[in-house]
Design a protein. Sequence first.
Length: 182
Amino acid sequence: MRLIFAALLAAALSVPFAASAQKSAAPAEPKVDVTRNGDWEVACQNVDLEGKKFKACEMRQILVQKETKKEWLRIAVSYNQGEKAPDGGKKPILRIFTPLGVLLPPGMEIKIDDTEPMRVQYAVCLSQPPRCLVAGPMDDKLVALLKRGAGGTIAFVLPNNKKVAAPFSLSGFTKSFDSLPK
């Protein structure tokens, strides 16, 4: 259950979701339809990119800091439009955004229910918006684990060597995942 990461893929996917249509869209903000499924939401918008029209959707769970009420972590899943896996199908892409100020070498741990944690490496840190990103294709085993799970934790290390573990819910994951257009 190992995620494969590519820095170029991560850089391309790190652009905020709504910005993907702004190059070809009118000056007005693009309309984003949001559907809530348990603790997950699916945000979709119509996109016209280089003459190709499609519906771009991303499912996400945003974890908020209790003290500041601001976004702290974001877990997102989407399909990369136009690219297919070697077997001809499309693979979902998992992206996890953390705040800046994390130790990069230890990477991040993702644990679902009582399974062994999966260690993944950061792909890139960005100045705008300020955050670090783990990104890569999800294999069928990881998708199945997330669909049958109840919850998980994302753990990372701060510069003072303090490990931080953030819980997340999988309530609504399956319905959200199954609704994503491929």
